[in-house]
Design a protein around this ligand. Structure first.
Ligand code: GLY
Length: 282
């Protein structure tokens, strides 16, 4: 694929953040449930280790902040595309200050920083699906129309369409990209309906990979030198049926990554990193 798709999935850096002790009791969640802090921290260490050692990305690790229980979910604090970083205004009040450390680290990487300062706007990065050709923004409990408009202003090279999120926390709670032009989608009715809306609004044609579980439709795609298509995807232990679908992808380096604890507070694989393509190191 040419044009805007060139370079889709090319990343050199990842920003991640540690899990504070407050995560277990205070991280926001849609369903109440006990979280094992040590298990969550170990799970996150493995995720970071994959980015750093298995994939060779330059990983910038922000320290955990006890006053920000959800701070590990860095994706919600910034949307980075090309040389531009949009610092978001997260929908949950308790998460707003997560953007401060993110702004600093992305400024240090010499990205063009755009800040969402409008107090009527909210946007979580988890609601932003970048396909390489356009953006889809989920209108959810966390992200509103004004947030989507500010994102469209920040990334003027791309079309931006909005999609209602009627079920789940974010748009990417039930979909993500698994490659250029390949959308992974959950099987539930709301997920399939959202995909239909995206297809109707788009001038582009996408292939789809349907997985049994909505939660398993969140994977992390990269295209890395010497490695080609890389996919961090849910494990067979967590989603046995959906994992079989990923295992059929023959052109990808498949890396199952456990997310059993973070999912209890609605965290998915994409939530835990902001991926960036900087040719020169910071
Ligand atoms: N626990 C992730 C969130 O609710 O934002």
């Amino acid at each position: 694929m040419a044009g805007l798709m060139a370079g889709f999935g090319n990343f050199t850096h990842a920003v991640v953040r540690g899990i504070p002790a407050s995560f277990a009791a205070e991280a926001l969640r849609m369903n109440q449930g006990d979280v094992d802090l040590l298990k969550a921290q170990r799970e996150h260490e493995v995720y970071v280790d994959v980015l750093k050692h298995k994939l060779g990305l330059q990983v910038i690790e922000l320290p955990a902040d006890e006053s920000l229980p959800d701070c590990v979910f860095v994706e919600d604090a910034a949307v980075v595309c090309g040389d531009t970083a949009l610092i978001t205004r997260p929908g949950a009040e308790s998460r707003r200050k997560e953007t401060e450390a993110m702004k600093k680290v992305l400024s240090d990487l010499n990205l063009n920083i755009v800040e969402m300062t409008d107090e009527s706007a909210t946007l979580d990065g988890g609601d932003v699906l970048f396909t390489g050709q356009e953006f889809f923004v989920g209108l959810s409990k966390r992200t509103n129309q004004r947030g989507a408009e500010i994102l469209a202003d920040a990334f003027k090279d791309y079309a931006v369409s909005t999609v209602p999120v009627t079920d789940g926390l974010h748009l990417k709670s039930f979909c993500s990209m698994a490659g250029p032009g390949l959308i992974v989608i959950g099987s539930s009715e709301p997920a399939q309906k959202a995909l239909k809306i995206m297809q109707q609004m788009s001038d582009h044609r996408y292939d789809k990979l349907t997985v049994t579980d909505d939660g398993a439709a969140n994977c992390v795609y990269m295209n890395l030198p010497g490695k080609g298509h890389v996919l961090l995807h849910p494990t067979p232990e967590q989603y046995p049926e959906s994992a079989k679908v990923y295992e059929k992808l023959k052109d990808h380096m498949l890396i199952p990554v456990s997310n059993l604890e973070k999912v209890k507070v609605d965290g998915a694989l994409t939530c835990c990193s902001v991926l960036i393509n900087r040719k020169t190191s910071a």
